[in-house]
Write a protein that binds this ligand. Sequence first.
Ligand SMILES: *Cc1c(COP(=O)(O)O)cnc(C)c1O
Length: 299
Amino acid sequence: MDLLSPNAPTPLQEISDKLIEEAGIKLFIKRDDLIHPTVSGNKWRKLKYSILKAKSENETTILTFGGAYSNHLYATAAAGNALGFQTIGIVRGEELAEKESATLKFCREKDMQLHFVSRQEYKLRHSEEYVRQLAEQFDFPFIIPEGGTSDLALKGVAEMVEEVRGQLEFDPDYFAVAAGTGGTAAGIRAANADVLAFSALKGGGFLENEIDELLTNYENKGKLKLVTDYHFGGYAKWNAELMYFIESFKGNYGIQLEQVYTGKMFFGLFELIRNGYFAKGSVIVAVHTGGLQGLLIRS
Ligand SMILES: *Cc1c(COP(=O)(O)O)cnc(C)c1O
């Protein structure tokens, strides 16, 4: 698999309808869902420089972290398998060892070694001491943080912003993106572009600090507006209204979304448009960050 020669630049697709016209705005979708068949969207952008580094350091094993629906675990398992790395996934929730999600099954098929830990233990994933212990336990692998989110990830995401600048030939007023760890939102700001980030988690207010922290080494950074109202009950939670929205979106624009991230982001974005949040003449680039492997209902 030619992992490092992706389908990029990914298309920038304008969509239009009555709502968008009446609001007097322009809406483009950055189709990062098309960047690669298994290493999708922002996970490709975020993994690129970590994987290049692991390669250049002749590492043989990559260890990373995620939950039962983690697109990042999925992407790392696929990329590792294609590029000849062994992979280890530290998985949140011991009970999952019994009933594995489709995502985890795929990881195992790609020869990822799954190591299940309690939710309590998983909370330590950012602790230096804990990570040092894991390193020792697994014979000093190349460690990528949860969600692929690191300094190197920001650099990869910033390239997506540069692609958009090349395609539009000007800067949009906003990049809209779904946020889990906030790494993608941080990468957009790292490219000095303004972000509207929609938290896919309940109580996503903490993301503001996390994103700021990722950007401590950057002088010129774009502004962040964090939207926390469209979590639909929490991470990986959803309801019929959201699924209906995803169906209609597909019907109207021919673009598939999923219920964990992109569905919530577009739902929130359309509500803001409807409520007159955007000044007339605004140009929005909404990033389709992929993740369609986790889609619940395929239509
Ligand atoms: C992981 C993921 C996100 C969240 O990205 P962060 O950088 O962790 O905020 C958004 N959308 C999709 C489809 C994802 O898989």
